[in-house]
Design a protein around this ligand. Structure first.
Ligand code: SAH
Ligand code: SF4
Ligand code: F3S
Length: 436
């Protein structure tokens, strides 16, 4: 690739923060005068915004690079410029440039330099930037232009927790909070652009703080005052950063939605210790008691890992009994995946694949049961739904309840409207409603 690309396409694979980063990279390309391509196969520049969290996620980038090149060959067009961004770029760095012969490798803390890297790659054929200057990128990015009723806003990045299975502290760096004023400004520009709901993002979002000790609840209180903003959410939280002020905010701030994603990972204290989670089963359950006391209708969510090295059947059953004790509204659950460079990858006691499969199945059966029960309990209730997009059927619209359930209904309400909906039926993954 020698000419400068004129069209771009960004493809994000990872968590919500990766999606946010992807949006900001797209805005950055647009600010350079490039235009969005209709799809990946017609773009001059393809940004693959990757995730390193589990082995499967990492493998995706290599198969995607192959596919992009093959499609270009089949269509008889020049090979596009390929930029690998995100957490795989950070973890593997130059190695990807050599292994997969991509043009640009750019880490999650360096993507504000993408225009320079594109220029460099155009001139010299290759460019890499995996520096981690704390917070520098946010100041260097163009203003938000994303419209649409729901928006992500990164307020905190990185992780100092070092759970023994996890790559995030290595790929995203140390915990850093963005300044209060910059966040409030970005929230206002998102609302001006049409956002009615903002989800505050961080690897440990509830660790957000500033020199004044404002805390995430103080930030939420400031966003609560933005006219036009109807809903505030935040994710992902760590149990140890679940401070009293934030719990109280769930009782006091009307715009703060009754939903908490608080990963626990496992229900057995020996496993939690080996994971370096720094909370116990009991301390986690006590936090949930306090949250429920503040906001009795709160929907709880979590993440689980089955088959951590050395996990016995009895220890796994502690996870099942914790699930029974909590009654989650929805959860994510994963088989343990050893990640290079993490302490757990060196631990003995690998759990055989078929045992992991069996445990995951049993865990998911329990989680699905609880999700179905949570959804069934909504039938007959009337609640506000934020309309997010059109459904597949004519006149059908899709939106979210306060508890983050997907709701579909036939209505002439427009995208961005917040309307009262009576829930009439619960399906496994969504609710059917009628405008009240
Ligand atoms: N606090 C983070 C967590 C990111 S990882 C956040 O911002 O969401 C999301 C989930 O992936 C974790 O909660 C954990 O359940 C799972 N996970 C992390 N490392 C894993 C590994 N090595 N194998 C399997 N699952 C993993
Ligand atoms: Fe990973 Fe643990 Fe940090 Fe979450 S808290 S990002 S699981 S190290
Ligand atoms: Fe994946 Fe990085 Fe997010 S590893 S989960 S994209 S922080």
């Amino acid at each position: 690739m020698t000419s400068t690309p004129k069209t771009y396409h960004v493809k994000s694979f990872g968590c919500q923060m990766n999606v946010y980063d992807g949006e900001r990279m797209a805005e950055l390309m647009a600010a350079q005068g490039m235009t969005a391509a209709a799809d990946a196969d017609s773009a001059d520049l393809i940004v693959l915004n990757t995730c390193h969290i589990r082995e499967k996620a990492t493998e995706k980038v290599y198969s995607d690079i192959g596919r992009v090149r093959k499609n270009a060959r089949l269509a008889d067009r020049a090979a596009p410029m390929i930029a690998v961004a995100g957490c795989v770029a950070q973890a593997e760095g130059e190695e990807i440039a050599h292994r997969a012969k991509v043009d640009i490798v750019v880490g999650p803390q360096a993507y504000h330099n993408l225009p320079d890297l594109v220029a460099q790659a155009s001139a010299q054929g290759r460019a890499t930037d995996t520096d981690m200057p704390a917070i520098a990128k946010f100041g260097a990015l163009p203003a938000r232009r994303k419209t649409g009723p729901t928006a992500f806003l990164t307020v905190q990045e990185g992780c100092d927790k070092f759970c023994t299975y996890c790559v995030v502290p290595y790929t995203r760096g140390a915990e850093v909070s963005r300044p209060f004023a910059a966040i409030v400004d970005e929230a206002k520009s998102l609302v001006d652009a049409g956002a009615r709901e903002i989800t505050l993002l961080g690897q440990n979002v509830n660790a957000w703080d500033d020199d004044a000790g404002t805390g995430l609840h103080g930030l939420i209180a400031a966003l609560d005052k933005i006219p036009g903003l109807a809903r505030i959410r935040y994710t992902t939280s760590h149990p140890n950063d679940m401070k009293e002020g934030l719990i109280r905010a769930h009782a006091e701030v009307e715009k703060l939605m009754p939903f908490l994603h608080l990963p626990v990972q496992a229900g057995n204290d020996r496993i939690l210790k080996a994971m370096n989670r720094s909370h116990s089963r009991d301390s986690y359950l006590r936090i949930l008691d306090r949250v429920r006391a503040a906001r009795p209708d709160i929907a709880l969510s979590g993440d689980f890992i089955v088959g951590f090295p050395g996990e016995t059947e009895a220890e796994f059953r502690d996870t099942l009994s914790l699930v029974d004790a909590v009654g989650y509204a929805q959860c994510f659950s994963f088989k343990y995946s050893p990640r290079p460079g993490t302490p757990a990858a060196e631990m003995d006691g690998a759990v055989p694949e078929e045992v992991m499969d069996d445990r995951l199945q049993r865990l998911q059966a329990a989680l699905n049961r609880d999700q179905a029960a949570f959804n069934a309990a909504s039938v007959g209730k009337t609640c506000p739904v934020l309309i997010e997009r059109k459904g597949k059927l004519p006149g059908q619209m899709l939106g979210k309840s306060p508890w983050l359930q997907s709701v579909h209904l036939t209505t002439d309400a427009a995208i961005g409207d917040l309307i009262d909906v009576e829930i009439v039926r619960a399906d496994p993954n969504s609710l059917a409603g009628v405008a009240a």
